[in-house]
Design a protein around this ligand. Structure first.
Ligand SMILES: *[C@@H]1O[C@H](CO)[C@@H](O)[C@H](O)[C@H]1NC(C)=O
Ligand SMILES: *[C@@H]1O[C@H](CO)[C@@H](O)[C@H](O)[C@H]1NC(C)=O
Ligand SMILES: *[C@@H]1O[C@H](CO)[C@@H](O)[C@H](O)[C@H]1NC(C)=O
Length: 498
């Protein structure tokens, strides 16, 4: 079966509504603590694509952004006027993205918090090595251990059964965010936890927390991005929880900016909330239904001023680019996505994504004191089938796909190519000043995992209320634990190359 897992509605099909649609708050309030609401068009007004303003390109870029390839209106005149209702039944296509739980500008969102331990449950003690478990862990790294997989491309492969997984549960790890605690909310199957990624040319070792902690002794790791970046960080904390828990050393009460320390290893993890990676602003601080302003050529200082001293930075952002937004370059409006205005050029996420990534990577390359390695994590596709995210689309599969059963296509493919391409440009610029960029290429693996999302098991059901299924985030334990297999492997290679 060929399944198209599109993330972002194509720009050419953008439509406008005369009045913003009010989505019943209760619907989302359950799934997502704060609700950014899409201007989804249900009436699908037909509008011609407007002439777009050519944005100024970044003058010091080796590869100035041209507008010829992205975001061009359809060459088919009938298509540019027309709005396609979902007419190709079995394929989930052209859907919008569900809102995420977090929200820019709402920095006080408490639900993002990692619980600090719960009463009535014997939580593992912070900073206490759990000797009992040590024997069951695959072993500490031995000096001079050799990896013959250095040249192996770990990004292409298949999922193979791994009956030993999972390596933690919701009772051994407190770091599982509520909405990703699928077992708690009654997910009946557990098979989705029991797979590991097998690259075509080699074996990718399952995450070894001891080896990881030894490698990170005296080091620091930052996660920059959206709620999927947080999802990844929580997976790492859970995998490490077999050995030790970190202490919370955050210097702010803002849950979107956390700092954790593994004292016995002098290893720090931090999370920086930046779903667009560039500077943003809410058009109306009290109204999340209004589009966000994206300053596509301005740094988001909430992280760019903070990462100087980090040894490793994992940067990723994706899903928010499908939301209503107004695009600025040089502080001037140059376009928008799903905005009600008729006098602004309507542009797609493909337009904003390239520019935001370019700016974010440029920010990193401009940091005077930063000496770290930057991992650019490619995006993890969502898997809505049978409808749009807000029209009953769901991800109810119980097994991974084989790589020949599904391909990345259309806008997802374009956005993936943008990530890969922008990484390449950043890497080249970075090399000039001795900075390393590495592509953590997880998209091919994650495309094959429609079974790993919370679906309806991210909350309790509510009588008579339809809650959108979450096919964007990932259950823990679950497939994204593999991201840390990738991370450890890449860290090992880093250690060897330096
Ligand atoms: C953990 O998952 C089980 C089901 O496997 C569930 O009964 C339990 O409530 C969950 N516990 C927590 C603390 O999430
Ligand atoms: C911890 O690591 C930092 C570097 O990240 C280093 O400056 C510091 O001296 C280390 N502290 C200890 C106690 O080893
Ligand atoms: C749900 O709907 C049924 C039938 O329409 C109704 O009898 C029931 O009271 C509703 N429950 C709630 C909690 O609204």
């Amino acid at each position: 079966m060929k399944l198209q897992a599109i993330e972002v509605p194509p720009g050419k099909n953008q439509t406008r509504r005369k009045t913003p649609k009010k989505v019943p708050l209760v619907t989302f309030a359950i799934l997502f603590a704060i609700i950014p609401i899409f201007y989804r068009s249900h009436k699908k007004l037909s509008i011609p694509f407007e002439a777009s303003v050519r944005p100024t390109s970044f003058s010091d870029d080796p590869c100035p952004i041209s507008d010829t390839n992205d975001d061009t209106p359809s060459s088919n005149p009938s298509e540019s006027h027309l709005v396609v209702e979902e007419k190709i039944p079995p394929r989930p296509t052209k859907h919008d993205l569900p809102p995420e739980k977090d929200d820019v500008g709402r920095r006080s969102d408490q639900s993002d918090r990692l619980p600090t331990g719960r009463k009535g449950r014997p939580g593992p003690k912070v900073e206490e090595e759990k000797e009992g478990i040590r024997r069951s862990v695959s072993g500490r790294p031995t000096k001079g251990e050799s990896y013959d997989l250095d040249k192996c491309d770990i990004s292409s492969g298949e999922w193979v059964p791994n009956l030993e997984a999972p390596y933690y549960t919701n009772t051994t790890c407190w770091a599982i965010q509520e909405h990703q605690n699928c077992m708690k909310f009654g997910r009946p199957d557990t098979g989705f936890m029991k797979w590991r990624w097998k690259p075509n040319g080699c074996d990718l070792p399952v995450f070894d927390p001891y080896h990881f902690l030894e490698l990170m002794r005296g080091k620091s790791l930052a996660f920059v991005g959206d709620s999927v970046a947080r999802n990844h960080m929580q997976s790492l904390i859970c995998l490490l929880s077999r050995v030790v828990y970190p202490v919370d050393v955050s210097d702010t009460s803002d849950e979107n900016f956390k700092r954790w320390e593994y004292r016995s290893y002098n290893f720090t993890i931090a999370k920086f909330w930046s779903p667009y990676l560039v500077r943003t602003q809410m058009t109306d601080p009290d109204d999340t239904t209004r589009p966000f302003n994206l300053f596509l050529d301005e740094y988001d200082k909430s992280w760019t001023t903070q990462i100087d001293n980090f040894d490793y930075v994992i940067i990723s952002a994706f899903h928010w680019f499908a939301r209503p937004s107004v695009f600025y370059i040089n502080r001037r409006v140059i376009g928008c996505l799903y905005c009600p205005e008729t006098n602004i050029a309507h542009k797609s996420a493909i337009f904003s994504y390239r520019r935001a990534l370019r700016t974010a990577f440029r920010a990193i390359n401009s940091l005077k004191r930063y000496r770290g390695v930057t991992f650019v994590r490619t995006f993890a596709p969502s898997h809505f089938e049978g409808g749009l995210w807000d029209k009953g689309g769901d991800c109810a599969r119980k097994r991974p796909f084989m790589s020949n059963e599904i391909v990345l296509e259309d806008d997802n493919l374009k956005l993936y190519e943008i990530q890969v391409g922008e990484h390449k440009i950043a890497e080249k610029m970075g090399r000039r000043r001795g900075l390393k960029f590495r592509l953590m290429d997880l998209t091919p693996a994650m495309l094959l995992r429609p079974d790993g999302h919370p679906s309806k098991y991210g909350h309790w059901p509510v009588e008579n209320v339809t809650v959108a299924n979450d096919c964007v985030h990932w259950c823990l334990p679950g497939p994204i634990d593999t991201w840390n297999d990738f991370l450890l492997e890449m860290l090992k290679r880093e250690g060897k190359s330096s």
